[in-house]
Design a protein around this ligand. Structure first.
Ligand code: SF4
Length: 484
């Protein structure tokens, strides 16, 4: 039996099998007459607990037997062969996360307004979601069964919130006793079994910064390359976090941390060949320090944790601006060409230079850049950076785009990232929208349901906005702005 330390959703977790939600037309699944709401409970005689089990137990298998429980309660056995690597064409229910047994000082759940939607209070700590989506676990409440599963099913990499390698400090931050906070054996066991780990430190001024942080980073770096990277992100306190043991992150604190960690990063680059310890973007933005170069981030190992996102965006946007500059140059060339062509008609002796001959081949009536007129909404942290880029874009294309930095009134406190903006925050600035459309960050809308963090539906927000709204992620925004 697979055990969980804390299982408030245990009835769902222990329901045997995994439910099919979609069967692709003309797929193997359809050929097998599988249907949505069927539950696959066994594969080749082995129990299936979730999608990951299904994936693990079918991997590389060409002769298969499924035990399928139909919605009627009947169980059928299906024996079949498939070609190597042939897709089943099946979609499955989402994994219901198991919850942690910690009481972290800075837990985001403590920073929610009391009336926030229930899903914001889910304290997930799930090795499956860590493997699939990069969610962090503390390993503190992971059972032996889960540890065995990571190793048996090669659920690598795992993302682990370490916070501090000093046991007392870690226990203090996690709000648990030292025996629970001590993950040394589990950590080592994962490394011994070649499970890669990406670590995280949530940096709390006065608790795990300074010398504590240096010790933590050095300890973790000693396990490189199995510990692949460490992200250091600042604690973000909403106005509801009133725990006096926590201190807010200030610009001075950020600058000091950058200077301290820079020395270690330099050392790690020399000894390990990688920066290894990456500071979250917020630390640079809040400290007013320039974001490091592309080289600093390597292959952006912790970008999902807000580490390197700004650099990645700036580099992608620079490519967009270069394309616009080329388009703009073509526009200038066309204007020169038109002028020379006009001159050559009025003065037959005028010589048309080679550059103009090139320009003449361009489809000169086609628009070279979109002239857009709208408002892009983002968080206060990213607003100034985006604003600079958009100003250059406007200059090159003749667009009239504005960037509106939206204060986060819902969570308040230090929260200024775009991802935590809510419907109410957008509505509070609706009267400042100019132009024909508005763009909001896509990730402020739930990925599987059109709803915002404060429970407002996207449709409701649209109905209350003066112009159409596009929800775009940074890649989507760049595509939207792309010059022709
Ligand atoms: S492990 Fe995560 S969810 Fe659990 S208490 Fe700590 S911060 Fe909250």
């Amino acid at each position: 039996m697979y055990e969980f330390a804390v299982t408030p959703v245990i009835t769902q977790l222990r329901r045997p099998g995994v439910t099919i939600t979609e069967v692709t037309p003309d797929s193997l699944g359809e050929e097998l007459e599988l249907q949505p709401n069927d539950r696959i409970v066994k594969v080749n005689g082995r129990s299936v607990r979730d999608y990951l089990d299904f994936r693990f137990q079918t991997a590389g298998e060409t002769e298969l037997t499924f035990n399928v429980r139909k919605p009627s309660g009947e169980t059928v056995e299906i024996e079949f062969d498939r070609d190597e690597g042939e897709d089943f064409g099946l979609m499955f229910e989402q994994i219901v996360p198991r919850q942690c047994a910690n009481e972290c000082l800075f837990c985001f759940c403590k920073g929610n307004p009391a009336d926030a939607r229930p899903s914001l209070f889910v304290r997930d700590e799930d090795i499956r979601l860590s493997f699939l989506y990069g969610n962090y676990t503390t390993l503190s409440s992971i059972t032996d069964d889960e540890m065995n599963r990571i190793i048996e099913q090669r659920l690598s990499p795992q993302y682990v919130s370490v916070h501090a390698t000093d046991l007392k400090t870690r226990a203090y931050l996690l709000g648990v006793d030292e025996s629970r906070a001590n993950i040394f054996d589990k950590f080592q066991r994962l490394l011994d079994n070649d499970i890669e780990i990406h670590a995280q430190v949530v940096l709390c001024p006065g608790i795990n910064d300074g010398k504590q942080l240096e010790k933590t980073l050095r300890d973790l770096a000693s396990h490189y390359p199995k510990v692949v990277s460490t992200a250091v992100v600042p604690v973000a306190l909403t106005r509801y976090n009133t725990d006096e043991r926590l201190t807010r992150v200030t610009p001075e604190f950020c600058v000091r941390t950058i200077r301290e960690v820079e020395k270690l990063q330099k050392e790690f680059r020399q000894t390990l060949g990688t920066t290894f310890a990456f500071l979250g973007d917020e630390i640079y933005l809040k400290g007013g320090v320039e974001i490091p170069s592309r080289r600093h981030y390597g292959n952006y190992p912790q970008i999902e944790d807000g580490v390197g996102m700004v650099r990645s965006f700036l580099n992608a946007f620079e490519k967009l601006l270069n394309a616009c500059r080329k388009a703009s140059d073509r526009g200038v060339a066309v204007q020169i060409a038109r002028q020379f062509l006009r001159n050559s008609r009025t003065r037959p002796e005028a010589r048309v230079p080679a550059r103009v001959e090139v320009a003449e081949t361009l489809p000169i009536d086609r628009p070279r850049a979109k002239k857009l007129n709208g408002t892009i909404l983002t968080g206060e942290m990213f607003g100034p950076i985006l604003g600079e880029q958009i100003a250059e874009y406007n200059r090159l294309t003749g667009s009239k785009l504005r960037v509106l930095s939206v204060p986060n009134t819902y969570f308040g406190g230090d929260v200024s990232v775009a991802g935590l903006l809510t419907g109410k925050d957008y509505l509070a600035v609706a009267d400042q929208i100019k132009g024909e459309f508005a763009v909001i960050p896509k990730h402020t809308i739930k990925s599987d349901e059109p709803i915002l963090l404060d429970g407002m539906t996207f449709d409701e927000l649209k109905s209350k906005f003066p112009v159409p709204i596009y929800d775009l992620d940074t890649n989507g925004l760049i595509e939207f702005l792309a010059c022709q």
